[in-house]
Design a protein around this ligand. Structure first.
Ligand code: P6P
Length: 336
């Protein structure tokens, strides 16, 4: 069976009603090629001395893994020359990365978490790369990007996706016309379309949350999870299953594939922070994908894609996945 390549898919999106801009097509192909390189390093693991931590911390205050830094460098170098970007921002960098001379600047912004779930690197659990594409403001008129240009609500994204470095290496992508999954043919080095129009079932019996934080959750989350745990004997009238990989890309790919609800809510451990996950690099791209697959994504109060970012490294409470479950736990927040 001849499968469609990523390039053919993107060319067809360019010709279709979505009229994918050529600069976005190039951007996605370059990011996809960079993810192949990252996956290559991840796959070599201990054989190439890339495991383990550095002595440095990132802006999040997290000890950096060698692969965090390698992955970040790969994405920066791959995306500097194309002429389609004005700047980049990364979870691993304090400030934005303007396109350096002598390269021309373009009209798009690229944001990424170069290697999410990196606490799993050394124990050989699947990890991933998350990316998001925004337009420069219409009135930018070729000027250099500023941090403020990145502070757009997630509904402004023109594309988003993730690469998953697992038993298969996959690229899951949306350009606003549904969600498409590509599997890497490792012998040919080609991304081949294997999942057309991924859909998240509206109902589920599977929830994902780090239950070691139970005593720190707000009442609405505690109520929702307690009802899941009560199973058939409780108000939900059905038994639930629990999964927690502690690698967002992996947990969410499961949900994109068979449904479920993923929760990383606010908790009392750091009451001043709205949540652990980053709005611009994790929650927004994943929420765009989830909504494009028929799911829902809120922070307990509002649609994540409507949150107005106040800072580059802003965090957010995340409840996303099967629509009916997200709506229920969000309703519990409204009831207080
Ligand atoms: P915890 C990984 O560090 C990450 O940002 C997400 O990929 C993951 O969902 C979450 O943190 C895991 O957090 O507190 O369960 O280790």
């Amino acid at each position: 069976m001849k499968r469609k390549s990523l390039t053919q898919f993107l060319i067809e999106q360019q010709r279709s009603e979505c009229a994918l801009p050529a600069d976005v097509r190039l951007l996605i192909e370059v990011v996809a090629r960079a993810c192949k390189a990252i996956g290559h390093h991840v796959g070599k693991g201990a054989l190439s001395g890339v495991l383990g931590s550095l002595t440095t911390e990132n802006v999040q205050g997290e000890v950096q893994k060698k692969l965090d830094v390698i992955s970040n460098e790969i994405l920066l170098e791959a995306n500097e020359w194309g002429g389609n970007l004005s700047a980049m921002a990364s979870e691993e960098m304090d400030t934005i990365h303007p396109i350096p001379n002598p390269y021309p600047r373009g009209g798009y912004l690229l944001l990424f978490d170069p290697l999410d779930g990196s606490s799993n690197i050394d124990v050989n659990v699947s990890i991933g790369t998350i990316f998001s594409v925004l337009r420069m403001p219409a009135d930018a008129d070729g000027r250099e990007a500023t941090e403020a240009d990145f502070l757009q609500p997630g509904r402004q994204q023109v594309a988003a996706g993730y690469a998953l470095y697992g038993p298969q290496t996959m690229l899951v992508l949306t350009v606003g016309t549904g969600v498409y999954g590509f599997t890497l043919d490792r012998e040919m080095g080609s991304w081949l379309l294997t999942h057309e129009r991924m859909q998240i079932p509206a109902d589920t019996a599977e929830f994902a949350i780090n239950t070691s934080n139970t005593r720190h959750w707000a009442p609405p989350v505690r109520r929702y999870v307690d009802e899941c745990l009560a199973g058939k004997t409780g108000p939900r009238g059905k038994d639930f299953n629990m999964r927690w990989v502690a690698s967002m890309v992996t947990d969410i790919h499961r949900i994109m594939t068979r449904g479920g609800i993923f929760m990383y809510p606010w908790d009392a451990r750091e009451p001043g922070k709205p949540g652990k996950l980053r709005l611009l690099y994790e929650a927004n791209p994943m929420s765009f994908l989830v909504e494009q697959a028929g799911g829902a994504a809120t922070n307990g109060q509002q649609r994540i894609l409507d949150v107005q970012p106040q800072g580059l490294h802003e965090r957010v409470s995340v409840l996303l996945g099967s629509k009916n479950e997200v709506e229920l736990v969000t309703a519990y927040h409204a009831e207080g």
